[in-house]
Design a protein around this ligand. Sequence first.
Ligand SMILES: C[S@@+](CC[C@H](N)C(=O)[O-])C[C@H]1O[C@@H](n2cnc3c(N)ncnc32)[C@H](O)[C@@H]1O
Length: 363
Amino acid sequence: MTTTEIPPVDATTALAERLLEAVTSSLELAAVHLGSELGWYRALAEAPATAPELAGRTGTAPRYAREWLEQQAVAGILTVDDVTAGPDERRYALPEAHRPVLVDQDDLAFMPPFAHAALVFTRNVPRLLEVYRTGGGLSWAEMGDARDAQAAANRSYFLGPMASQDLASVPGIDQALRAGGRVADVGCGMGWSAIGIARAYPQARVDGFDVDEPSVEQARRNAEAAGVADRVRFTTVDAAAAGEEAGYHLVTAFECVHDLADPVDVLAGMRRMVRPGGTVLVVDEKVAERFTAPGDTVERLMYGYSVTCCLPDGLSTRPSAGTGTVMRPATLEGYAREAGFAGVDVLPVEHDFFRFYRLRGKA
Ligand SMILES: C[S@@+](CC[C@H](N)C(=O)[O-])C[C@H]1O[C@@H](n2cnc3c(N)ncnc32)[C@H](O)[C@@H]1O
């Protein structure tokens, strides 16, 4: 018997192949964004369609619909009934298992906002070339619809298990909020975390603070639409100054401390805001405890966000801590101690991407 030896793929070829695969994936992400924004996935979730039918139902151009449908089927995202049929006769369908990922915005698996975020961040690369040379920054406001992608990406978690399961699993927090506690949500963005807490705890009152006016305006509209505007209030303010308000049972900062130019100042503000016996909670990226290379997929994702978005955002205000997305537990502990806390505990909340930190007050 003879065997054919397959030569080992050398490292050069392996890297070239990996990057080519990444190019394909990034183009597929752009196609996912097109399908989501044009309402094509929603239309296909209602009923399978040929290219002319899809274009007719969504008011879009048939030739583009045809190319996109073919691309989606080739990518394995849609199925096609008969590959041998003519281009305008083939009928395409969205498999039931793909519906949560592409259509159901309340599902934790809903991915279009992440595709949107990747496109927003990579769209900024020409500006990044400039700031990488000069050492400048690119603010959240300058990134345009980054705020929309960010809010949509966290929406299903914030309205779902974040409050009803994860906050509820922390006895001190659950008790205080059930009893009608007050919550301050710092760096609240478009308000979904504040709204999620208000919905899970019908007696609680929540104040959201963010420096970005368009986010705060949208947060108010979101609270109104969610029917909680009577208990959820949003204010445009630098979070360091929000610390003038006090007496909160819970003060939170979701996925924003690593973006802050002056995290110590903001954490000190949060310390002033919390009432004695209350809780200060920072929820931030679940990165490795120390730098290791190569890193796992979470670490790769977070460094991807950092080089394209969070570090340039953090450096857009000076002076700046320049933290970046990869804020390790020891870094947060350092900021917390400088802000007057006694230390930081990691809470036993299971999440693939977030770590829950409780900041301990001084005895
Ligand atoms: C990555 S977004 C996170 C938003 C939201 N918490 C979420 O998880 O979707 C960071 C937020 O921090 C806000 N931010 C940055 N610096 C701030 C400051 N000094 N005071 C208040 N908000 C700030 C930004 O405007 C932005 O809305």
